[in-house]
Write a protein that binds this ligand. Structure first.
Ligand code: ZN
Length: 457
C-alpha cells in the first residue's frame, strides 16, 4: 500500500526548479524519485534526454486489445521566491491543518501522488488489470515545455497508439466542486516596432514636419478594436466556434457571480465584446491585448522630444477553431495595411499555440466518431468524481493556455481528460503553496475508480 501523503512529502523535498540552472540536482532527484515509484509499480521506465531536462516515459504494457491511457504530469516546479514570504521553507514539506505546504505540492506533484497511489491500490487488488498505461512526465512545463514539440514528433507513432491522455494540471473552484476542463485558449502574438526619423528629434525645431511614430502606434493600436469591444481585424472571428448552450448552462452553475468577479478585479464596469458575459468572455471568447507599449521619454518631468522609435507587444488568446499561425498572419497583414506612409514597420514573432476543445459524450454536439474509450473515460470520471467528491463535476472551458494539450492533439489526434485537482487556495506559483489533504484522499479514490472503469470489461 502506497501512502500518498508520505509519497508527496518525499517527492516535494526535491527542489526541482526548471527555470534555474542551479537546481539541476533537485530536478535529477525528483526525476529519479518518480522513476523509482514507477519501477516499483512494475513499469518499464525510460528517461528520454532532451535539450534540457529529460522526459520520463514509463510503460505498463499488456495485451494490444486493452485500452491504453497516457497519464501526463510534470516533475519540475516554479521558483520559490520570494523566500521570506514562506511560513516554513519551500522544500521542507509540512502539514498544517488539512494541507501539506511546500513548493510543487499542488503543481504538479500532489496530483501525481494521487495517480501513483491510486494505481498502486488498483494493481494490488488486481495485478492483471487489463489496462495499458504510459506515464509521460516532463521537466520543463514551468518554463513553457521548450523540448516537448520535438519529443512529440520523435515519439509520435508510439504515443499515437494510445486512446487518450489523462492529466490533473488544471484547477477547480473548491474541494467540493471538481471541474473537468473541456477547452483551453490558444496564444499567439508579436512585437511591432515603428521607426520614423533616423534619430530622436527636438520637437520645437522639427515638430510639425513629420509623423511622430508614437502617434502612429497609438492610432494603429486603437484601430485594433471596434467601439463595441470586438477585435477589429478582418477575418479574426471567421473560425470561432460559438459555445454550445450546454456550455453556457454549465458555466451558470459555477459558484461565482459576476459581482464577485467585478469586485475581485476592482473595476466599476466590465468591457466585453457583445454576446458574452464577463465570465463567458474569458472562457469562450478570443481577445487581443496590449501587454506593453513603449517609446519616447519615460523619465521624470518632461522632455520635448519626437522619438525615433515606438513599439507595442501584442498577444491574442484564441478559441476553437482559430489557428495560431493564421491569426498571427492576419494581425501582421492588418498592421501593414494600416501603417501610415513615412513610417517603417518591423515585427518580431512569438511562438504560437493553438486552442483545444473536447466535447464530452452525450451532448448534442458530441462528435459521432468519438472513440469509445474516450467516451468511457469521461463517463467513468464523471461517476467517480460524483461518488468521491459528493457532487457532479462541472464541464468548463478555461481561459488559460496549456500549449502541450493542443500539440498532443495536433501530433497524435489524442483527446485529453483534464481533471482539476488544485484550487485557488493552493497558492500556485506563489509563497505558501499547499495541497489539500481532502483532495489528496478523494483524488486517490477517484483515480482508482477511473482506472478500473477504463480497463477492459
Ligand atoms: Zn502545472
Amino acid at each position: 500500500m502506497l501512502d500518498p501523503l508520505q509519497l508527496l512529502i518525499e517527492y516535494a523535498r526535491f527542489p526541482s526548479i526548471s527555470a534555474d540552472p542551479a537546481y539541476r540536482e533537485g530536478l535529477a532527484g525528483a526525476r529519479q524519485y518518480a522513476c523509482g515509484v514507477l519501477e516499483k509499480l512494475g513499469f518499464k521506465v525510460e528517461v528520454v534526454p532532451t535539450g534540457l531536462h529529460p522526459i520520463i516515459l514509463a510503460e505498463r504494457g499488456g495485451d494490444r486489445a486493452w485500452p491504453h491511457v497516457i497519464i501526463y504530469g510534470h516533475y519540475d516546479v516554479q521558483p520559490a521566491d520570494p523566500l521570506d514570504k514562506w511560513t516554513t521553507p519551500a522544500f521542507e514539506p509540512v502539514v498544517r491543518g488539512r494541507r501539506l505546504y511546500a513548493r510543487g505540492t499542488a503543481d504538479n506533484k500532489g496530483p501525481q501522488a494521487v495517480q501513483f497511489a491510486a494505481l498502486a491500490r488498483v494493481l494490488e487488488e488486481n495485478p492483471n488489470l487489463p489496462l495499458r498505461i504510459t506515464f509521460l512526465i516532463e521537466g520543463e512545463e514551468e518554463i513553457g515545455s521548450p523540448s516537448f514539440g520535438e519529443f512529440l514528433k520523435k515519439h509520435r507513432d508510439r504515443l499515437r497508439e494510445a486512446n487518450l491522455v489523462v492529466l490533473s494540471d488544471t484547477g477547480s473552484p473548491n474541494a467540493d466542486q471538481i471541474v473537468i476542463t473541456t477547452g483551453l485558449r490558444g496564444l499567439t502574438g508579436l512585437e511591432v516596432t515603428l521607426t520614423g526619423p533616423r534619430t530622436d528629434l527636438h520637437s520645437g525645431i522639427h515638430g510639425g514636419a513629420i509623423l511622430n511614430p508614437l502617434q502612429a502606434l497609438c492610432e494603429l493600436c486603437a484601430s485594433l478594436h471596434a467601439p463595441d469591444g470586438r477585435v477589429n481585424i478582418p477575418g479574426f472571428y471567421d473560425d470561432v466556434r460559438e459555445p454550445a448552450q450546454w456550455e453556457r448552462d454549465e458555466l451558470a452553475k459555477y459558484p461565482y457571480t459576476l459581482d464577485d468577479y467585478r469586485q475581485f478585479l476592482g473595476v466599476s464596469q466590465f468591457y466585453t465584446a457583445p454576446g458574452y458575459t464577463a465570465l463567458e468572455a474569458v472562457r469562450f471568447g478570443p481577445t487581443l491585448d496590449f501587454n506593453g507599449i513603449g517609446g519616447g521619454y519615460q523619465g521624470e518631468g518632461s522632455k520635448t522630444v519626437i522619438p525615433s522609435k515606438a513599439f507595442a507587444k501584442i498577444t491574442m488568446r484564441l478559441v476553437p477553431d482559430q489557428k495560431a499561425e493564421v491569426i498571427r498572419d492576419l494581425l501582421e497583414k492588418t498592421l501593414r495595411h494600416r501603417c501610415p506612409a513615412g513610417i517603417k514597420m518591423e515585427f518580431s514573432m512569438k511562438e504560437g499555440g493553438s486552442p483545444y476543445a473536447v466535447i464530452p459524450p452525450g451532448r448534442p454536439n458530441t462528435p459521432a466518431d468519438q472513440p469509445p474509450v474516450v467516451a468511457r473515460a469521461f463517463a467513468a470520471a464523471d461517476a467517480a468524481i460524483t461518488e468521491c467528491f459528493g457532487k457532479k463535476p462541472l464541464y468548463l472551458r478555461e481561459g488559460g493556455s496549456v500549449p502541450i494539450i493542443g500539440q498532443i492533439k495536433q501530433q497524435t489526434g489524442l483527446d485529453s481528460l483534464m481533471i482539476g485537482l488544485f484550487t485557488p487556495e493552493d497558492n500556485l506559483h506563489a509563497p505558501d503553496e499547499s495541497f489539500s489533504l481532502d483532495i489528496l484522499e478523494r483524488g486517490v479514490n477517484t483515480y482508482a475508480k477511473l482506472l478500473k472503469g477504463l480497463a477492459a470489461g
